[in-house]
Write a protein that binds this ligand. Sequence first.
Ligand code: NAD
Ligand code: MG
Ligand code: MG
Length: 332
Amino acid sequence: MAIEMCYEKDVDPSIIQGMKVAVIGYGSQGHAHALNLMDSGCDVRVGLREGSKSWAVAEEAGLKVMTMEDAAEEADLIMILVPDEIQAKVYKESIEAHVKPGNTLAFGHGFNVHFGYIVPPEGVNVIMCAPKGPGHIVRRQYTEGSGVPDLICVHTDATGNAWDIAKSYAWGVGGARTGIMLGTFAQETEEDLFGEQAVLCGGAVELVKAGFDTLVNYGGYPAELAYFEVYHELKMIVDLMYEKGISFMNYSISNTAEYGEYYAGPKVINEQSREAMKLILDRIKNGEFAKEFMADCENDHKWLLEQRAACDDLEIEKTGKKIRSMFTTVKK
Ligand code: NAD
Ligand code: MG
Ligand code: MG
């Protein structure tokens, strides 16, 4: 099943440039969307809570800032970029009353719409523009002249041109410079959660932790050496894969390393790990993960905060902090 792509030539920038856009929230994604859209010649206003720390920061960056209610009232397109777990509450309290027929509601991730925590009114376009990268990279690449690819989706096409609006919005945040992928809310929500859980965040971090533990606690090697081996060098290997593929990375490493990759990799990520991945995907698809996450959020993030504190306390993190402070070539 190949994914449909589009590029700058397929997009009409005048659509988004002709709309009043509200970006709700000024965090990781919010600041990137708002600033990139502004630099793309769009009429952007940032919607924030009164007293928000981001208010002055966004104004200093040259953006119009107002309350979420005023921003939603003025706008033709409302992009909701507050944390997933509070979106339903923020939407109910500050946005819903200001969404009018013909408006477009937009999201950076499908969580709330796909799992039914937000049910948009009829007559309103519901679209998504999800950059496939962290917000600070979305902004950095835009200022450098490139752009993080976006996944765009349409949940409801009320005006008949929701796809063109989504493409034009993605152009505004810089996604068309590299490529825009067309998908569905279900695909984006499920794949994104799976990717961050099994591979990008959950999988990668646990792999690094397990390698460090084995070297230090089982093998008795110095923590600094172990840190360099399984943590610091990971970025260089991933950079090679990202730039030119696994084969090029294999070409760059020694034959010894490549032999070890084929021999040891499937022993670490084995049938049991693949079964665990299937279970993780099943729990995402049937909504169990969403329910569990939302329950912890209602409980003031008790479990999440315990895990966060435990992570800060790991020997590998302490070693990393010490080493990075001695390393002038690692960017702050
Ligand atoms: P964030 O946590 O960085 O920022 C949230 C912002 O929302 C805050 O800076 C603040 O301006 C505002 N906010 C916080 N609490 C609020 C409240 N109670 N009421 C009103 N406003 C409040 O969020 P984020 O990581 O940018 O995520 C936003 C959306 O983008 C989510 O749907 C997320 O899944 C999606 N997304 C994020 C990334 C990423 O790089 N972080 C990548 C892809 C998609
Ligand atoms: Mg993601
Ligand atoms: Mg995500």
